[in-house]
Design a protein around this ligand. Structure first.
Ligand SMILES: C[S@@+](CC[C@H](N)C(=O)[O-])C[C@H]1O[C@@H](n2cnc3c(N)ncnc32)[C@H](O)[C@@H]1O
Length: 244
């Protein structure tokens, strides 16, 4: 999607590992970090575009919540540029949004795109035919998640589509351990060292709080979505689609 420096943020021993934040250092390596850390990331991105093609309606809004550098926004825009729909991309990291703006400006997209620097829990959602949260809900405090999903449901038009991609937790703990070890094997195969894997895990623990697939589905059902299902899973990473 864009030139990215190699992610070596956790390559050297850090005396004290700080909690993960989406700051300039992360922005500089983000495309490399996410593609070597999330199995299936490219598949999820390209199918975000395919789902957009199916669900985005003329004169409606599409939301990319937690847009980072705009990868999902670009995937959507490439498939619906001629639909007369507006894409609203939201992130609360100024560093991310600034770089996102320059990436979008350099792209050849003709779609109408509005960037909002704000908390996805505070923004208004209305007249939506598509809402995408690719690897963002997991960073929202647990207590705010039901209210956020309810707001998204209310802002979607009937027949509208919600895509949620997340890291999952599993029960029993033995299954959780197996899937997280398979994920760490994937990261090793992508060139991350054991030190990088363990320091990143310490940094992101308590910042990224995964939930079970059952919790996601039950919450979507409780909001009123007529259907909700995973459409992709690799190890402990999953993408769900829910239709209002
Ligand atoms: C893992 S990244 C998302 C990746 C991106 N969706 C993609 O597909 O490339 C998570 C993003 O969510 C943003 N974020 C986390 N919590 C947020 C919140 N409450 N409001 C807005 N953005 C948030 C972070 O700043 C970060 O850029």
């Amino acid at each position: 999607m864009t030139d990215s420096k190699r992610d070596n943020l956790f390559a050297n021993p850090l005396g004290k590992v700080s909690g993960f934040v989406f700051d300039q250092a992360v922005v500089d390596v983000f495309p490399d970090m996410i593609s070597r850390s999330v199995p299936g990331y490219e598949t999820i991105l390209s199918h975000t575009g395919e789902l957009a093609y199916r669900y985005v309606q003329p004169q409606t809004n599409c939301y990319d919540l937690g847009c980072s550098l705009g990868a999902s926004t670009l995937a959507i825009s490439q498939r619906v540029a001629d639909r007369d729909a507006k894409i609203i991309a939201v992130d609360n990291s100024s560093a991310m949004l600034e770089k996102c703006a320059s990436i979008l400006a350099a792209s050849n997209t003709s779609a109408e795109i509005q960037l909002i620097n704000g908390d996805i829990c505070d923004i208004e959602i209305s007249n939506a035919s598509l809402v995408v949260m690719n690897f963002t809900l997991q960073f929202v405090p647990l207590a705010q998640r039901p209210q956020l999903l309810e707001k998204i449901y209310q802002g979607l038009n009937p027949g509208g589509c919600l895509i949620i991609s997340e890291k999952l937790s599993f029960e029993p703990e033995s299954l959780n351990t197996l899937l997280s070890e398979l994920h760490h094997d994937f990261k090793r195969a992508q060139g991350y060292s054991d030190l990088e894997i363990s320091q990143k895990r310490d940094s992101i623990e308590n910042v990224l709080v995964p939930e079970t697939l059952e919790t996601h589905i039950q919450r979507l059902r409780a909001c009123g979505f007529q259907s909700a299902s995973p459409w992709f899973q690799c190890f402990n990473f999953c993408s769900l689609v829910a239709i209002k």
